[in-house]
Design a protein around this ligand. Structure first.
Ligand code: ADP
Length: 550
């Protein structure tokens, strides 16, 4: 028997209409660059998106066409999010931190028709543009007067010119909710980047998860500093979820330095922020220099840390310096990205802070909509609470089914699971603990050592800025952990000091066999440690424990 309820499609345009109607004056603060700050609101975002949408249609953008952006977090990028998807076209947010070759590859692979770019990316675009095969016109995110002189293989338009030339769209089209809405490529640490194509339906469902109380608790009360770029998995869905609940958005533009983030949080009364661990390490480089009275000027309540494991030190510092609660979240481009979120259970109420941090360093529990399970090497599902880590698999309505260009379901196993490539434990309460990416796990004498656990421990030392652990060749054990450390500026740190600090906090056989100090570590385009590079760099490293005949 069919139900007798309305079955209105879940559309991205509905989110914007809702925000414009019910939260019209809620501010969107946009730092276009160091000199220029624009203040707008949900009403104006909706009005300008409707103009941009009809300008796109007038320029021949058809449903299904791909529109690329090379842009920071600004109000214009936000308008593009709604205008492009709203008319049934696909917003392709390109990560400008990728190598130019990779950018060329993905724009060609997506066959983007138009490319919108921030002025700061003009030199990058000049390098990439001659290799682009499908782009018919380039749009600079600026006014007509600010248009740069650029030699491009196609017309160059100004964003403000486009918005000004069009009458606003009278009505957003009633699309099928399974229509593609946006496209993000994984950063391609292994092989070429792969495209993940989201739908209106997956995006709206994911927004509800972000707003849920045991999700990210996003709500109208919040002023959100979006320190995760809008080219990194749709800024973790926050541009959509903020419209759903009417939150204020603070868009920082290109400067994600610690001082700028602190200033924005203070001036815009931010209650909520999100970012990868590297951003927060930079934030504390600044924040720790401030006196207590200055720090007390913030009214930060919650900070989402994801993209890489949240170091315990970051969780502790947010609590101790700002009284802010770190919500760790785990996910990936393929999961939109929210999959597990670390909130507390009733039995954690009133527990000592140290024990609470023990919970917060985990990646969290599955939110409704995402099923999770861990499997052993033979493909057997491991029960929650088992002590052996296994391959983490996920499924659900905002999890990828196939990469762009493949047949639906091509990335799933026979039971509909997507293999994340992460190795994890799930405890008896359902909290996930990511122990490694499967290719980063250190295999020592047939046992696994978690590089993430060791890194988190090392970063807990007050003189350590960042740390990485990789497996180095050992003739007896195959691999043993090598710790690579970036000390804090000006800090004098010795191997004995750091190993002494780690010694009582980890199983003896997990202890790194050697420590190397470096000035910086290589990162991927999404701010993760680039272990492949490190492994190459230290391929010939000779461990002091690897003595002939030992
Ligand atoms: P890429 O940077 O390769 O484009 P994603 O941003 O999609 O990819 O990264 C997803 C991966 O990031 C996950 O599979 C996992 O390894 C890692 N990751 C994300 N969040 C966390 C977290 N909270 N803790 C540990 N690892 C995480």
């Amino acid at each position: 028997m069919n139900a007798l309820m309305q079955s209105n499609a879940l559309l991205i345009s509905k989110l914007l209409e809702h925000a414009a109607r019910h939260h019209p004056d809620v501010e969107i603060v946009s730092h276009v660059n160091a000199q220029q700050c624009e203040r707008t609101n949900w009403r104006q975002v909706a009005q300008r998106a409707a103009r941009l949408a009809s300008a796109l249609q007038a320029r021949g953008i058809q449903p299904g066409a791909r529109v690329a952006t090379l842009a920071w977090n600004t109000h214009r990028h936000l308008e593009l999010y709604y205008a492009v998807s709203g008319i049934g076209a696909v917003l392709h947010t390109v990560n400008p931190r990728l190598f130019p070759d990779q950018i060329g590859y993905i724009v060609n692979h997506a066959a983007d028709d138009l490319l919108f770019f921030d002025l700061g990316f003009a030199p990058l675009l000049a390098q990439v543009a001659p290799h682009l095969k499908s782009v018919k016109a380039f749009v600079a995110l600026c006014s007509r007067a600010e248009l740069p002189a650029l030699d491009l293989p196609g017309p160059l338009l100004s964003y403000e010119g486009l918005v000004a030339e069009a009458e606003p769209l009278a009505q957003w089209p009633e699309l099928d909710e399974n229509t593609a809405s946006s496209l993000c490529y994984t950063s391609g640490t292994t092989g070429n980047p792969k495209g993940v194509l989201y739908s209106h339906r997956s995006t709206v469902l994911h927004s509800w998860a972000a707003c849920a109380a045991d999700g990210l608790q996003l709500r109208a009360h919040d002023s959100v500093l979006l320190a995760v770029p809008m080219f990194h998995v749709n800024a973790w869905g926050i541009p959509y979820a903020s419209a759903m609940c009417g939150a204020k958005l603070v868009l920082p533009g290109p400067d994600l330095g610690g001082e700028r983030l602190f200033t924005l949080m203070r001036d815009e009364r931010c209650t909520f922020s999100l970012g990868v661990p590297t951003v927060w390490l930079g934030f504390f480089q600044h924040a720790e220099k401030l006196d207590a009275a200055t720090r007390a000027e913030l009214c930060l309540e919650r900070v989402v840390v994801g993209g890489s494991a949240a170091p315990r030190a970051v969780i502790e510092k947010f609590e101790h310096l700002f009284g802010a609660y770190v919500i760790q979240a785990w996910g990936m481009t393929e999961t939109s990205p929210l999959a597990t979120i670390c909130n507390l259970l009733p039995r954690h109420e009133g527990i000592p802070l140290e024990e609470r941090f023990d919970v917060q360093v985990r990646q969290g529990r599955a939110i409704f909509g995402v099923e999770i399970a861990v499997f052993d090497a033979e493909g057997r599902r491991l029960p929650d609470g088992s002590h052996t880590p296994g391959e983490l698999k996920v499924r659900g309505p905002w999890v990828v089914s196939a990469y762009y260009g493949q047949e639906p379901g091509a990335s799933l196993d026979a039971d509909g699971w997507f293999d994340t490539g992460d190795v994890a434990l799930i405890d008896k309460d359902g909290y996930v603990q990511i122990t490694d990416r499967s290719k980063d796990v250190i295999k020592s004498g047939g046992e696994w050592i978690s590089s993430i656990d060791l890194e988190n421990l090392a970063v807990g030392h007050p003189k350590v800025k960042e740390a990485a652990v990789i497996g180095a060749y050992h003739s007896k054990w195959q691999e043993r952990p090598l710790l690579i450390v970036v000390p804090n500026e000006g800090a004098q740190l010795t191997s004995e000091e750091i190993l002494g600090f780690m010694q009582d906090r980890v199983a003896r056989w997990w202890m790194p066999d050697d420590v190397v100090f470096v000035d910086e570590l290589p990162h991927t385009a999404t701010g993760k440690l680039q272990k492949t590079r490190l492994r190459e760099q230290f391929r010939g490293h000779r461990l002091p424990t690897d003595v002939p005949g030992g």
